[in-house]
Design a protein around this ligand. Structure first.
Ligand code: PMP
Length: 436
């Protein structure tokens, strides 16, 4: 796929089919925003409000959100909006002043990570605003600690937008850095050993192996039997294992709070983002003490907005909600149900259904040939959108449906929220009558 293409991107040459108001907003957007933005769907959706597992268009129609991995505890969750509002009214500064919230939150976050079990001080947290910045910082720390520059990633990985992480993100379709090697996903020990040897052959020392614990952009691959061996090989070569938990973190996979815990390994650095603040820009890393020690002494780190009190309030509320509403357990139960229901559809064009918790990948094939079909996947994604259920597609061929309902999602759709807006007259559940 070229860098200008994106799975499930809107094709502007087909804008003629859209309603005048949507067409007008798209035209204004194209004039005002930089050209690199892409909209989703053949017929883009316009939202004015979100509540629980639903998003609402200007006519008050509800769409079931089975895609977004940011408002993970629910759109406009009252505990998050309440915490943010109170903190914004009280104080918003930065990490160069003493405040309680960031310390309380860091202690609580650290306690959830396996590599911190040994003792307090065994690992530390650092905060950023985005997942890209978290991966960028993790790579800087890895290079500082190891003295190497080489990075190994999976073949269709995505790790973010900064210059340093874009060149370790093959899914962007832009040239990779000369110090970057890719391995097929899920990673196998032999392939990683070969990549390490190849780097060494070019005189490049390994700094890190960086992997999304759910291999989302590689097509959602929950099984990765050799990851621990990979971690051991990477360490033996002097590199660090960085677990990118931007997609798989905060209970998304159901059985564990963190994706790496599903694979039974302790990384050297964990990067987090997306659902961390339920929409407020907070992301960050947790790293083992030894890995951070020298970087902490010699580098100076200040990220103006990273870990500010308002975003920390949001992140704290997210942990509160995850715990009090038992959302990882709900993700496990609803995810298992959804997986079984989709598997039970036995539609000709659906092949393997896989995933963990509320993150599912469904391969779409052309029944005539049995081959992966990105076009059919796109047709399903757009058909679901027309039925007001939001999903998308992923993977190197764009043929894997990416289904990622919000963590409070139930077997039966929750009642849709009260309709606001004069034009809203009739309200039906999104996708009603679609699955059964
Ligand atoms: N890592 C992974 C695995 C991601 O999926 C993403 C975002 N899609 C990022 C990093 C980058 O996060 P952000 O967009 O917050 O910079």
């Amino acid at each position: 796929m070229n860098s200008d293409q994106m799975v499930n991107a809107f094709d502007a040459s087909r804008a003629g089919d859209l309603s005048p108001s949507v067409r007008d907003l798209i035209a204004r957007r194209e004039r005002a925003l930089g050209g690199a933005y892409r909209l989703f769907y053949a017929s883009p959706v316009h939202f004015v409000r979100g509540e629980g597992v639903y998003l609402y268009d200007p006519d008050g129609r509800a769409y079931l959100d089975a895609y977004n991995n940011v408002p993970s505890v629910g759109h406009s969750h009252p505990r998050v909006t309440g915490a943010v509002t109170r903190q914004l009214q009280a104080l918003n500064t930065h990490t160069r002043y003493l405040t309680d919230g960031v310390v309380d939150y860091a202690e609580r976050l650290l306690a959830t990570h396996s590599m911190t079990k040994a003792a307090a001080g065994a690992a530390h947290a650092m905060f950023t605003c985005t997942g890209s910045e978290a991966n960028d910082l993790a790579l800087r720390i890895a290079r500082h600690h190891t003295g190497g520059t080489g990075v190994i990633v999976t073949a269709n990985a995505y790790h973010g937008v900064t210059a340093a992480v874009a060149e370790v993100s093959p899914s962007l379709g832009i040239p990779l850095g000369p110090h970057v090697r890719t391995v097929p996903a899920p990673p196998r020990a032999d392939d990683v050993a070969a990549a390490i040897a190849d780097l060494a052959g070019q005189g490049i020392r390994l700094a890190a192996f960086l992997a999304d614990s759910l291999f989302s952009s590689d097509g959602v691959l929950p099984g990765a039997a050799e990851l621990r061996q990979v971690r051991d090989l990477v360490r033996a070569a002097g590199g660090l294992y960085i677990a990118d938990e931007v997609q798989s973190g905060f209970g998304r996979t159901g059985s564990h709070l963190w994706g790496y815990q599903r694979h039974g390994l302790d990384p050297d650095i964990v990067t987090m983002g997306k659902p961390m603040g339920n929409g407020m820009p907070i992301a960050g890393i947790v790293a083992r003490h030894e890995v951070l020690e020298d970087f902490g002494r010699t580098a100076r780190y200040f990220n103006t907005f990273g870990g500010n009190p308002v975003c920390v309030a949001a992140a704290t509320a997210v942990l509160d909600v995850l715990e009090s509403e038992d959302l990882p357990a709900n993700a496990a139960a609803t995810g298992a149900y959804l997986k079984a229901e989709i598997t039970g559809l036995r539609a000709d064009s659906l092949a393997e259904v896989r995933g963990a918790g509320l993150y599912l990948g469904v391969d779409v094939i052309d029944p005539a040939t049995g081959k992966p079909s990105g076009d059919r996947a796109a047709a399903i994604v757009n058909g679901m959108r027309d039925r007001r259920v939001l999903i998308s597609a992923t993977g190197p061929l764009g043929h894997t449906l990416k289904i990622r309902p919000l963590l409070p999602s139930q077997r039966r759709p929750a009642p849709v929220g009260p309709v606001r807006g004069a034009q809203a007259t009739r309200l039906t559940r999104p996708g009603a009558g679609m699955l059964g």
